[in-house]
Design a protein around this ligand. Sequence first.
Ligand code: DP6
Length: 361
Amino acid sequence: MSISDFSASRLTIPLSEPVSVAWQSPSNIALVKYWGKTGRQLPLNPSLSMTLSEAYTETKLTALPRESEGMVELDLWFEGSQNPLFGDRMQRFLQSVTDIFPWLTQVSLKLETRNTFPHSAGIASSASAFSSLSLCLCSLEAELFGIILTEEEFRLKASYVARLGSGSACRSLFPGFTIWGRSKALSGASDLFAVPFAEVHPVFRNLHDTIIIVNREQKPVSSSEGHNRMISHPFAEARIKQAKKNTIDLLDALKTGNKKTFIRIVENEAFTLHSLMMTSDQGFMLMQPETVRIISLIQELRRKTGLDICFTLDAGPNIHLLYFEDQIEQVNKLIVEHILKNDKQNVRIDDYCGEGPVKIG
Ligand code: DP6
C-alpha cells in the first residue's frame, strides 16, 4: 500500500455545522530503536515496539465551518488550557499533511487533548499525541466524505499519517508488538507505516513495563536533533546492519518465547542507542548517574535472583524496567526494596503491554 492508494478529498459544499470525533491512543516503548531518518520521515532502520496500556492521549478533533480557504486554522487546548508551543507544532504538522487531507484548508479546527501521564517522564508523548490525532483525521475524513475503509486499511492509513508527525507514533496504532521499517523477517513490513506482529508467544503477551523516573527536566538535545546526527555518524552503516539483525532475532524470540534472547537484544539496543549519541559528532549524553546506578543494579539483581528482568531506555535518562506476568510480586519487591530505596526523588509509573487505540467519540 502507498499513499496514492488513499484518495485525497476536498469539500464540494462548505461545512454547515461542526463535526467532532475523538480517539484515545497509547504511547509505545521501542525494543529495537528507531534512530536516524531520511526523506519524508523514513527510518534508516527497522524498529520494533511494545504498545503501552495506561499511558495514552485522549484527543478530540472538531471541524468547524469556515468562510474562506487558507492556511490550516487551529485552536489547540492541552489539558484545559491553550498551549502556543504545542499548538505551533501541531499546526505545522496539519499544514504538512494538506496533500493527504486537502479539506483541512477548508475548515477551522479545534483540537482538545490530554495525557494520562506526566510530561518528560520517559514516556513518548509525541507517539500518543500524533497517533490519536491521526486517527481523528482519518475518522473525520470518513465522516465528512462517507469514505469506507476496512479496519486494516484505516489503521494503516492512520499509521502512515502518524509517521509524518513523529516517527515512533506510527507504531502506536496496533495492539501488542509492532514493526516499522522494512525487514526480511516480515513480508508486510514497510518504511511507510507500521504493522502489527501477532504471532507472539503467550509469555510475552502481558509483559510489564515499570518506568522509573530519574529526572523530569527537558532533554539538552532533542530526539529530532539526535536523529540528524545519525546522517553522518561514523557507525551508521554498522548500526543499520545491527538493527536489522536485532529485529529478526527479536521477532524470533517473541515467536518462540525465548526470554533470554529477548533480554539480551533489548539491553543491547538500549546501550547502542545511548552509545550512538555519545559517539556522534558533538557527542552528548542523556544518561545520568542515577540511570547508571539503576542499570547496574538491574543487571546485578538479575544475576543474583535469576528473575527475568531487563531494562530499556528512551532518548532520556528514565528507565523502563521490563518483566513478566508470573514474576510481578518478586519484581515489585525488588523495585520497592532496592531500586527506589536510595533515592526518594525517583518515582515509578506502572504500565504493561496494551490493546491499542480506542474510538471514544
Ligand atoms: C529513541 O519518534 O520522537 O524513542 O520522528 O523526530 O518525532 P521524530 O522522533 P521520535 O524518535 C523516537 C526515538 C526513540 C526510539 C524509538 O521510539 O524507536
